[in-house]
Design a protein around this ligand. Structure first.
Ligand SMILES: [Zn+2]
Ligand SMILES: [Zn+2]
Length: 159
């Protein structure tokens, strides 16, 4: 099955985040790791989320926390807004993104937005997430695509 990747890269899952989640092809860049971690939340890949989180910034209840978050949330869209370093020859990188989510049924609730600047480092050759800063609401330009993933212009949607 060649379904589109949940990270909204436009590439098929099998050629985008799946080989990262399965360990076949580790993320070469910070952005690729960020995308694959978003996809891991969509796919319920808890172990991947734990192992790609830098060990010193992991909480003792991380496994449970991630499982709870996955069980409670449907992730709807990912927009990468900015990438600083994090390339093939870098050891640090920053990726800023906006992600859209909703509470998973049977819970109900409004569409939410996560706007975060995530920090990554290369640890023993592999990119890992260290921490992120939550930012204020991201508003695209009025004629830009809405952050919710509706394919409508922001001004006709959540702009
Ligand atoms: Zn992907
Ligand atoms: Zn919208």
């Amino acid at each position: 099955m060649n379904r589109p990747c949940p990270c909204h890269s436009g590439a098929p899952f099998a050629e985008c985040c799946e080989p990262r989640l399965s360990g076949l092809r580790p993320a070469e860049t910070a952005q690729a790791l960020m995308r694959s971690r978003y996809t891991a939340f969509c796919e319920g890949a808890i172990e991947y989320l734990v192992t790609t989180h830098h060990s010193t910034s992991r909480g003792t209840t991380e496994h449970t926390d991630i499982a709870r978050s996955i069980a409670a949330t449907d992730w709807l869209n990912l927009v990468i807004l900015d990438t600083q370093k994090g390339g093939l020859n870098d050891t640090k990188g920053t990726v800023t993104f906006a992600a859209a989510f909703r509470p998973k049924p049977p819970r109900t609730g409004d569409l939410g937005q996560m706007h975060e600047r995530s920090h990554f480092i290369r640890d023993a050759g592999a990119w890992v997430y260290t921490n992120g800063e939550q930012l204020g609401p991201y508003r695209p330009g009025r004629n830009d695509p809405c952050w919710c993933g509706s394919d409508r212009k922001a001004k006709r949607c959540h702009g």
